[in-house]
Design a binder for this molecule. Structure first.
Ligand code: SF4
Length: 377
């Protein structure tokens, strides 16, 4: 979709866009972007070189970005510039049909779930979190309460809400998978029960691949229950790996030790299988590339996919003015991690569902493709 005149590779361009963001002549271009909420945010889906990636367009970093995209023409194509030099063309996925519909009890469907990338439905089932109310102990990168306060979502998505939206999104918008995350409730199952009820309802309504995401529950038999309900994969997100960084960035969540995550990962891999258990690793928050690579190696060894993403500072969070990781830093991690994933036969395309399969919040998938070509020679 894009032809670059200068010498930057596709991977370099994608990394820079994801780290630096992009200024838009028309913020309404394409499908509505996501602002606030749990996980990566403040971005819009962009199609580039045959890949769909999420690019920050609403945060402070993107306002200072050297990248600028003109308003799309009637064909939906936008010219992309870097420091005034034309570097190619990009397109944006269209607004999905389900955004203009309501659930049977009158909730706008766009408040229940959102289109991520071009074919993924994503929701935060419980829009509150035990770790969020005290900002000093909450995850410093998270904006789960902001979208609720701005009334861009509802506090709890009932199972029938999710089922109705999923059915329509599959039938009208060609959506292929559903990523369900949740704020952590004050229960020892850490949200597994809510996810279980949601998966049951959605799978009864429509055949769609589902990834559930939560903190490790107290009782690992939840993995079996979630799988039986119809979940295809699970994500439990470490985010940061070094003790000092964990305590600084997510003081509450850091109370759950890495050793406990590792035990949960092993139990989950026994149920969901190699690769269908994954974790987010946020690059750019203070962990060194060596630490992130070493943790990735440990995870891959036990069958867990380390989804390494560049940290995106979300507007309104304590880290809103935090810097973004550099191109060299991201490359220094993504290249060896992709190489390890290819060697382990655990690449994005082999997974059943989830962020690692979608891949839009990282360029790891592109690095996997490159590593596969090298392996094939
Ligand atoms: S990688 Fe996950 S969070 Fe990012 S766009 Fe895809 S589904 Fe959404």
């Amino acid at each position: 979709m894009i032809s670059t005149k200068n010498v930057v590779s596709s991977e370099q361009l994608q990394i820079e866009l994801q780290s630096l963001g992009m200024q838009l002549e028309n913020l309404e271009t394409g499908a509505s972007g996501r602002q606030g909420g749990a996980g990566p945010s403040d971005h819009k889906a962009v199609q580039i070189h045959g890949s769909t990636i999420m690019v920050p367009v609403f945060n402070h970093t993107s306002r200072r970005s050297p990248y600028f995209a003109r308003a799309a023409n009637e064909m939906g194509v936008s010219s992309l510039f870097k420091e005034g030099e034309h570097v190619g063309f990009i397109t944006f996925p269209k607004q999905p049909h389900f955004y203009s519909h309501f659930t049977s009890d009158g909730v706008p469907m766009w408040k229940v779930a959102q289109l991520h990338s071009h074919n993924v439905l994503a929701t935060t089932i419980l829009q509150t979190c035990i770790r969020f109310f005290e900002r000093s102990t909450s995850c410093q990168f998270c904006a789960i309460g902001q979208s609720l306060k701005a009334e861009r979502t509802i506090a709890y998505k009932l199972p029938h809400h999710l089922a109705e939206v999923a059915k329509l999104a599959v039938e009208k918008d060609g959506v292929e998978q559903f990523v369900m995350t949740t704020g952590t409730p004050n229960t020892s199952d850490r949200g597994a029960k809510l996810l279980y009820e949601s998966v049951l309802a959605v799978k009864k309504a429509v055949n769609i691949a589902i990834q559930v995401q939560c903190e490790p529950p107290d009782d690992f038999t939840w993995f079996e229950k979630l799988k039986k309900a119809g979940a295809d994969s699970i994500g439990m997100h470490l985010e940061a790996v070094t003790p000092e960084v964990r305590t600084r960035i997510m003081p509450g969540k850091a109370e759950v030790s890495i050793a406990y995550y590792m035990r949960a990962f092993e139990a989950a891999v026994d149920v969901f299988g190699k690769g269908n258990v994954s974790t987010y690793l946020l690059a750019g928050l203070g962990d060194t590339s060596e630490a992130l690579i070493a943790m990735s190696a440990d995870l891959i060894r036990i069958g867990v996919y380390p989804f390494v993403v560049p940290f995106v500072p979300i507007k309104g969070t304590p880290l809103e003015n935090h810097g973004s990781p550099s191109l060299a830093f991201m490359q220094s991690i993504l290249e060896p991690v992709a190489e390890m994933l290819v060697s382990a036969g655990m690449t994005s395309d082999t997974l059943k569902a989830g962020c690692a399969k979608c891949g839009a919040c990282s360029t790891l998938k592109s690095f996997e493709t490159k590593a596969k070509k090298i392996h094939a020679v």
